[in-house]
Design a protein around this ligand. Structure first.
Ligand SMILES: [Zn+2]
Length: 53
């Protein structure tokens, strides 16, 4: 289980999306749950973190 950075509820790791929040030129590592993903999708400070294959 992993804690959502926004709602602070715990979810299975597979359900979480790794995202980066940019604040004042600093990048913060965030784990976002499915319901909060809809919220941050409209927030330009959040970026998806993609693993290179
Ligand atoms: Zn959440």
């Amino acid at each position: 289980m992993e804690k959502c950075s926004i709602c602070l509820k715990e979810f299975p790791e597979a359900a979480m999306k790794k995202m980066i929040q940019i604040v004042n030129r600093k990048a913060y590592n965030k784990a976002i749950c499915p319901s909060c993903q809809a919220i941050v999708a409209n927030n330009p400070n959040y970026y998806y973190l993609v693993e290179e294959k």
